[in-house]
Write a new protein. Structure first.
Length: 362
């Protein structure tokens, strides 16, 4: 039995969790900063890092208490997000983890935030398709969040081939920007989804960027889609349409959401067919979107390709996924002996850290 205390502070969530054997969540505590950043219309980095300083100790203490851990030294290891993310926010988590590791004489595992999202699908929780089984490889992963949109082929634990990714805005970033354009506020993902439930996705014909580009088969681009919404809004205003009309906003939201979902699912389907994967995982904050989840089930449900999407509480940033990634991914691979080779106190943050690939991207 291996128990890992994990810490996540890559953006605006202060999180800590205790994970057992990479699968079982003994505790998972998240302190959100949404209300702090709402007035800015997005995450304000300096405010985020200061709030992490205030929240990190009580969040870690609560995670230990809920897991029944009296002393940090009773654990087997610590894990912490080292990047990518906001540098100031990452530093708070990494320095806290270093202090705990030094005080308890425990190894410290640095985790890539993207790898954490991937391994959210390994946790024993009630998500779509359940946790990924041990014999799932090769599998395809769509990471879709506020800062990242990537298609990754996994041949084994820690073995990644990046097939493609966003060339500009990530899908979640586009949700936030479009939500501001149509007056729905922050955070944009949940606001767009709520509005879209009452809307007609066929009313406005929006582009599907890079959907039929062989030279960018697995790449994404959402900046042009965001700009198309901007031009549409300006056109509607010139025509005298009232952007305070809930029905109009709902139709805009539904049309935009449908365009994003269509692109994501189309790219996934192409990769599934070409690489003959055994399982498909969708993860990251945007994977909480109900329309995307329904489209994935519709597209792949009859193809004998199991789909795994975490429950909502594991889609957004959390520390449980960091603990799972520390156990299965990177240099550890679930072998307690490998914990001793963890980077430990030499660990540093990397705001633009990429997922390490074992094969040439393509």
């Amino acid at each position: 039995m291996t128990r890992i205390l994990a810490i996540e502070t890559s953006c605006d969530e202060t999180a800590a969790a205790v994970i057992e054997d990479g699968r079982h969540i003994l505790s998972n505590v998240v302190a959100t900063q949404i209300e702090l950043h709402r007035r800015f219309g997005g995450v304000f980095p300096e405010v985020a890092s200061r709030q992490h300083v205030l929240s990190i100790h009580p969040v870690v203490r609560q995670a230990l208490n809920e897991a029944g851990i009296e002393r940090v030294a009773d654990l087997d290891a610590l894990a912490v997000t080292m990047g990518p993310g906001l540098a100031g926010s990452l530093l708070v988590g990494v320095n806290a983890a270093k202090g705990l590791a030094l005080g308890a004489d425990l190894p410290l595992v640095g985790v890539n935030h993207l790898e954490g999202h991937i391994y959210s699908n390994w946790l024993a929780a009630d998500g779509l398709g359940g946790p990924v089984p041990d014999d799932a490889f090769p599998l395809l992963v769509l990471i879709v969040s506020g800062g990242h949109t990537e298609l990754v082929l996994m041949s084994d634990h820690g073995q990644y081939q990046r097939l493609g990714g966003t060339l500009d805005d990530a899908a979640g970033e586009a949700f936030d920007k479009v939500a501001r354009l149509v007056g729905l506020g922050f955070p944009g993902g949940p606001a767009i989804q709520r509005a879209a439930q009452e809307g007609d996705e066929q009313r406005f014909k929006l582009p599907r960027p890079l959907q039929n580009r062989p030279d960018h088969r697995y790449d994404f681009s959402f900046s042009g889609l965001k700009t198309a919404v901007l031009h549409l809004v300006r056109k509607l205003e010139k025509e005298g349409e009232d952007l305070g009309d809930a029905r109009l906003v709902a139709d805009l939201a539904a049309s935009f959401q449908a365009a994003v979902t269509d692109v994501l699912i189309t790219k996934c389907a192409a990769a599934v067919a070409e690489h003959q994967v055994r399982h498909l995982c969708i993860c990251g904050g945007v994977s909480a979107n109900a329309a995307l989840r329904a489209a994935a089930e519709s597209a792949f449900g009859g193809l004998n390709i199991p789909i795994h999407i975490p429950p909502i509480f594991l889609c957004t940033d959390n520390a449980a996924m960091i603990g799972a990634a520390a156990y299965y991914g990177g240099a550890y691979h679930g072998d307690a002996q490998n914990l001793q080779s963890a980077k430990g106190l030499a660990l540093d943050v990397s705001a633009s850290l990429r997922l390490s690939t074992t094969q040439k991207d393509g």
